[in-house]
Design a protein around this ligand. Structure first.
Ligand SMILES: Cc1cc2nc3c(=O)[nH]c(=O)nc-3n(C[C@H](O)[C@H](O)[C@H](O)COP(=O)(O)OP(=O)(O)OC[C@H]3O[C@@H](n4cnc5c(N)ncnc54)[C@H](O)[C@@H]3O)c2cc1C
Length: 384
């Protein structure tokens, strides 16, 4: 199966080639160790990727980026899936595909110089703080509050499950600037690490994405200047929702790659594993499993690529994007689960890579808007 698809140009394939060779040489060989340690040398890796021009692919050249299109960032996501660590890809992806595009789009010139330019170089790392202990799917119910006080805002509240939260130099933080207005009262702020009152409460231990930092953050009377307001006041929710669309496409594209890797591992194993005198690949039940897995992957891939095409062509595609996030992430769990089954007891052992894919894939139907929320979006839009 090939990724050849009309959305990819020659330039995209060249980018894919150089990313693949970097990932295979500089990330994948260390992934197992980083997974065990529960972290990777983020400072060095971010800087190295910045030097190689892999960060800020779709950031304008004037800020150090490559001025490439959205599809280039999908290529980045697909190639990170070869790092043998979902966590490394998640950490890098959150920074380059989520934090940096937010900055390029919403930042003032001063904010772009302060965060975007060094962010593209990999000198500083970003995080996005939306989810709270009491507010996950229901973003409008966040309680972190930013009260205006003269020339500053004073922020109080907490955030949970924040990717890069414990290693980030800055957080794009969602807070209420108007408590009475629900989601229409949310604004975004750029909050620097080290600002008095801003602390990392704890690093969270996780089932998957082991090598990436995920943290709980606390904000206690954190005073930030007015210039820390990011985008227009009370427009935060809408800005988050616009970017959620892209986050969903990244998650869907990544899920297809993970499923594909699981299929490859399962096919290879089924040819080698002999039971009852023949390779298990010779049993029709195994062949049919493989056929179903490959078919599901291909169906998801076409759905994802078509949604990307619609998104790039600026066609309305909220339904398609929700469908591909829902289908691709659930498909990856089904397919990887079947792949693990083909490994039998070996699949349950930590020394076989299939278990890592199985654990990493589980975030798919949860993060970036759960499967249930995707179904709500699809149903609501179809029935309106
Ligand atoms: C590893 C990891 C990394 C993350 N990274 C970030 C990050 O960088 N920044 C950030 O802000 N957040 C991040 N998140 C948070 C993630 O976006 C949320 O976990 C997700 O949005 C779901 O919120 P919740 O966990 O509070 O679940 P809840 O919203 O409490 O949902 C619990 C269950 O109820 C269901 N449910 C909720 N509402 C409805 C409804 N209306 N209809 C039907 N079912 C419903 C859900 O689908 C789910 O099954 C991360 C999470 C994880 C696990």
């Amino acid at each position: 199966m090939s990724k050849k698809h009309p959305i990819f140009t020659e330039e995209h394939e060249m980018l894919r080639h150089s990313l693949r060779s970097f990932v295979e040489k500089e990330l994948a060989p260390h992934a197992e160790e980083w997974e065990k340690q529960g972290g990777f040398p983020h400072g060095r890796i971010f800087k190295r990727m910045g030097e190689l021009g892999f960060l800020g692919l779709n950031v304008p050249e004037q800020y150090g980026g490559s001025s490439a299109d959205f599809v280039a960032t999908i290529v980045f996501t697909e190639e990170m899936a070869h790092a043998k660590s979902g966590g490394v890809g998640a950490s890098l992806g959150l920074h380059t595909n989520i934090a940096l595009p937010y900055l390029a789009e919403l930042g003032t010139e001063e904010q772009k110089q302060k965060y975007l330019v060094p962010g593209v170089k990999g000198e500083i790392i970003g995080a996005l703080g939306v989810t709270e202990p009491g507010a996950g799917s229901d973003v409008g119910s966040i309680r972190t509050n930013a009260a205006k006080d003269g020339d500053s805002y004073v922020i109080n509240g907490s955030k949970i499950f924040i990717t890069n939260g414990g290693i980030a130099d800055f957080v794009i933080l969602a807070a209420k600037t108007d408590k009475e207005r629900g989601h229409a009262g949310i604004s975004l702020f750029l909050v620097d690490k080290g600002t008095p009152g801003f602390t990392v409460s704890r690093d969270l231990d996780k089932l998957g994405w082991r090598a990436c930092n995920t943290a709980e953050l606390a904000f206690e009377d954190v005073r930030v200047p007015k210039s820390a307001l990011f985008g227009e006041e009370n427009q935060g929710f809408y800005n988050i929702m616009i970017h959620f669309q892209e986050e969903r496409l990244y998650m869907a594209a990544g899920a297809v790659c993970e499923a594909e890797q699981a299929l490859e591992l399962a096919m290879e194993y089924s040819r080698e594993r002999v039971q009852f005198g023949r390779p298990i690949a010779k049993f029709q039940v195994t062949r049919h499993k493989i056929a179903d897995m490959a078919t599901e992957i291909e169906a998801a891939r076409q759905l994802v690529y078509n949604s990307i095409r619609l998104h790039v062509e600026k066609e309305p595609c909220q339904v398609e994007v929700a469908m591909c996030k829902l289908f691709a992430c659930e498909m990856a769990n089904r397919v990887i689960n079947q792949a693990l089954q083909i490994f039998g007891g070996y699949g349950y052992m930590m020394e076989y890579p299939i278990q890592r894919l199985w654990r990493d894939a589980r975030i798919g139907p949860i993060g970036g808007g759960t499967s249930e929320i995707q179904r709500e979006i699809i149903g609501r839009l179809l029935l309106q």
